[in-house]
Design a binder for this molecule. Structure first.
Ligand SMILES: Cc1cc2nc3c(=O)[nH]c(=O)nc-3n(C[C@H](O)[C@H](O)[C@H](O)COP(=O)(O)O)c2cc1C
Length: 406
């Protein structure tokens, strides 16, 4: 069994075709010792490399290649297992796609596959061959070179919101607040209220030991403290986001009316509030859920789908209900700048959401590399440690990206 790996990368320094052939000549000698075979395609700006061989050797080599300063923006497109090699006759073979004509590529690839004990030809639905063909036929470009991590530095700017807030009543929980922002326009779009236990512990501490019905009631009633705190923040045009389990809207009688009275009791208006539907559980009665959503919308409250792409918050929900905002789950965001499958998923979500007029939020953004990639493909709003950590009973300072002066 072999491990197979495909990545793409961007040529870092001016490398001529002969430089690449030199690199591949040296690589082939080393690969022979490691039992690795494959192809390296290049078009002057980008590389696409396919590697096949023993698992440990492929991992070691990919680590070295990832750290090689002759290229950058290395994105792994595929890692899989295969019973046979595709290009066993080559320890590494270079293909300059600028020199290809007509059926050249197929002929070259067939030659590479010609060692196979039973020559089955090139399978037409082979993912590796499809990636190679796509690279050879299209020019791959980056979206916007302006969003290069090295061009940006971060500066803390004074917050426009009140930094410390308090509840008048003894609350059974606390809230930490984290901004959701547009780093380019410098606007804070909303502030999310994240529930914490009375001692500031994680959300799970608040819900521990509650029966399902008590949990829905607590989920709903706890929001009054979030609204009370937010009413002291000087929100202005910025909105407050609160999380709600979908079944809290269904199971608690008059849930929407209760939510509205919590909002108006502290002097906020429904238009200042976004309800983020955290779909951790399946929605058992969609008709009732949909009618609760209608009441929220008709009262002026915005709705967002939270954790999109995780658990139940997926395409079926989106096909039945289109929110104003959609938050891509943090697990998809984590390491998106070097992960090909995640990149393909994020681009597809953005295209789908934008065609429906839905604003996309990336949550859990922690590195400048993640932000730059997400910004360049059109994510609208951002939330994460890179910009601000949640602050208990107050609004945190925000680190804004600023273009470095050259
Ligand atoms: C696009 C690209 C492809 C590479 N492919 C290989 C390869 O297939 N095999 C290899 O040994 N080194 C390859 N290298 C070089 C490695 O990054 C690294 O320089 C080399 O493995 C270091 O070998 P050493 O530790 O023996 O000096 C490649 C480098 C680049 C930029």
């Amino acid at each position: 069994m072999f491990t197979i790996l495909v990545y793409k990368s961007r040529v870092q320094i001016d490398m001529s075709a002969s430089d690449v052939y030199q690199l591949v000549k040296a690589a082939a000698v080393k690969n022979a010792n490691r039992d690795i075979s494959g192809v390296l395609l290049f078009d002057g700006d980008y590389f696409l490399q396919y590697l096949e061989g023993p698992d440990g050797e492929i991992r070691d080599l990919y680590n070295s290649i990832s750290m090689d300063s002759r290229h950058r923006k290395i994105v792994k497109l595929m890692e899989d297992q295969s019973p046979t090699r595709r290009f066993g006759v080559w320890y590494m073979h270079a293909i300059d796609v600028n020199t290809l004509h007509g059926d050249d590529l197929n002929e070259i690839l067939s030659q590479g596959a010609s060692f196979q004990p039973v020559n089955l030809g090139l399978p037409s639905h082979d993912r590796v061959l499809k990636m190679i063909t796509a690279f050879a036929s299209a020019s791959w470009t980056d979206n916007d070179s302006h969003f290069e991590p090295e061009n940006w530095e971060f500066q803390i700017k004074p917050s426009q919101f009140n930094a410390v807030v308090n509840t008048k009543n003894a609350a059974p929980c606390q809230f930490a607040f984290q901004p959701i922002l547009n780093p380019i326009s410098g606007e804070v779009s909303s502030i999310e209220a994240l529930i914490r236990s009375q001692s500031g512990g994680p959300p799970s501490d608040c819900f521990k030991g509650l029966s399902p019905e008590d949990l829905y009631l607590f989920d709903l009633e706890s929001k009054q403290y979030a609204f009370e705190l937010a009413s002291q923040m000087n929100l202005g045009k910025c909105k407050l986001s609160v999380n709600l389990l979908p079944m809290s809207l269904v199971r608690i009688p008059n849930a929407v009316e209760r939510l509205l009275s919590y909002i108006t009791d502290v002097g906020l208006v429904p238009q200042q509030v976004i309800v983020e539907i955290t779909e951790e559980e399946s929605i058992t009665n969609f008709e009732d859920f949909q009618s609760a959503l209608k009441s929220l919308r008709s009262a002026g409250i915005s709705v967002a789908i939270d954790d999109f792409g995780a658990g139940f918050a997926g395409l079926t929900l989106l096909s039945r209900f289109q929110p104003e905002k959609l938050k891509i789950d943090r697990q998809i965001i984590d390491g998106v700048h070097y992960d090909g499958p995640k990149q393909a998923i994020v681009k597809a979500i953005i295209e789908c959401a934008h065609s429906l007029g839905i604003t996309i939020i990336a949550e859990g953004v922690e590195t400048v590399e993640e932000w730059c990639w997400l910004q360049s493909v059109g994510v609208d709003l951002f939330q994460g440690y890179l910009f601000a950590r949640p602050k208990l009973n107050g609004t945190p300072d925000i680190q804004w990206p600023v273009l470095k002066q050259v």
